[in-house]
Write a protein that binds this ligand. Structure first.
Ligand SMILES: O=C(O)CCC(=O)C(=O)O
Ligand SMILES: [Fe+2]
Length: 410
């Protein structure tokens, strides 16, 4: 089996282990499409076939849960130790729970080396066919990811009166779908039990930063630190997408951020509907209007994507990010990359938290197919307008599948 073929077998899992120098190394193990007969271990240098019997006995989720429940990620030393435990537990859980993940998964550590072209091609192909994939070995500290989820949950656990102290301006602020009218997002969220906290990380002006929760006290610093790292990851992935369109690595980023960039985050908290009353919290079917979305989800499934008319679950791999193409990238690429329709559902048995980081969305940015991609054989397939006009239309229509994009089509 050659390298290309094996990487395309992206029904994959990843294990992560600390190395001697304290950094993290991962090994990727991917299942062949042929099914259960063999596993293909993928390293930077080679692909070797290993048999399923080589796998250690797999203990299900309970072990990881036990370890996570001990995690209190507030202070330095203990945090490091706990995260090392977390890494060990995770490898087992991934193998057990996510063997059947259908949405492609990429180990992106190879982007820095000789495999860049190969992995980039796979990412681009998947962005055209699925519009969504998961990434492992992305370089973001798992402890920082856990800390971001922890402060977010702490926030959502506060009483509603406390959360209502956050100033709601436009789409920014705290919104609870059961408290109709609290948020300016209006029709975006229908009645239910889902809560959202929408905040701006960039531009990091005082007026945006003032809207961050003051409780829990570590919220702002943790989320800003996390967002800073995510911005770099966004740009790394967008550079790959740019190159694969035959453009300079920074062409798409420049198009999305000129004259001004924008990074925002919506954290969604789907309370467990314990009493069964009311409708469950649902983040209705939509496409993300911005450029790229990087979603951090806890390990409770609930995200679904519309793949060729069928809702396909995306089982979040612990430690991975879920990446999806948004409307702006579909439009700029003149339809090459696909802004995927998706929805967020609550779990029947557990609360659920997801954190969606959106890159691109300044109202001043002009969105339309990039001229470099157009010629006689490739005429523009979308109108050109400001993102401000596009989003105004999007919000007015509410979360309603791909309608915003449909209205842009020529
Ligand atoms: O909660 C989820 O699974 C999806 C969230 C989402 O799509 C969003 O916030 O845009
Ligand atoms: Fe979304």
């Amino acid at each position: 089996m050659n390298v290309r073929a094996s990487i395309s077998l992206v029904h994959s899992i990843s294990s992560q282990a600390p190395t001697n120098n304290g950094t993290t190394s991962f090994k990727q193990v991917a299942w062949g499409k042929s099914g259960a007969s063999a596993l293909y271990r993928h390293s930077r240098a080679s692909i070797a076939v290993i048999s399923r019997s080589n796998l250690p006995h797999i203990d299900p989720l309970s072990k990881l849960r036990g370890k996570i429940s001990k995690m209190k990620l507030s202070a330095g030393e203990s945090q490091t130790k706990i995260c090392a435990d977390h890494r060990e537990a995770r490898a087992e859980v991934i193998a057990d729970k996510h063997a059947d993940t259908k949405v492609p998964v990429f180990d992106i550590s190879g982007l820095e080396g000789a495999e860049r072209k190969l992995i980039s091609q796979q990412i681009a192909d998947t962005s055209e066919s699925w519009g969504i994939f998961q990434i492992v070995n992305h370089g973001i500290d798992p402890c920082l990811m856990q800390a971001a989820k922890d402060v977010s949950k702490e926030f959502f656990y506060l009483p509603d009166e406390e959360k209502m102290k956050i100033k709601v301006v436009g789409i920014e602020g705290w919104n609870h779908s059961k408290l109709a009218g609290v948020s300016g997002e209006g029709k975006l969220y229908k009645p239910g039990t889902v809560e959202h906290l929408y905040l701006v990380q960039s531009p990091d002006t005082q007026e945006h930063l003032e809207r961050y929760p003051r409780n829990p006290p570590a919220y702002r610093t943790t989320i800003l630190e996390y967002a800073k790292k995510l911005k770099v990851l966004h740009e790394k992935l967008i550079a790959v997408l740019s190159e694969m369109l035959g453009l300079k690595p920074d062409a798409l980023t420049l198009a999305i951020t000129t004259p001004v960039g924008n990074v925002t985050m919506r954290t969604n908290f789907y309370a467990f509907n314990a009493d069964g009353k009311g409708s469950p919290g649902v983040c209705h079917a939509h496409t993300d209007p911005g450029g790229l979305t990087i979603l951090l989800a806890d390990d409770v499934p609930g995200l679904e994507v519309n793949k060729d008319g069928r809702w396909v679950p995306v089982n979040p791999i612990p430690g991975a990010f879920i990446v999806n193409i948004g409307d702006v990238l579909e439009i700029l690429s003149n339809g090459r990359y696909k802004s995927v329709e998706h929805r967020g559902l609550p779990s029947q048995t557990e609360e659920r938290l997801t954190m969606a980081s959106f890159y691109g969305g300044s109202h001043e940015v002009i969105i339309g197919p990039l001229p470099e991609l157009l010629d006689e054989k490739h005429p523009p397939r979308y109108r050109t307008c400001s993102f401000g006009d596009y989003i105004a239309d999007f919000v007015k229509a509410g979360l309603d599948g791909k309608n915003g994009l449909e209205r842009m089509k020529l």
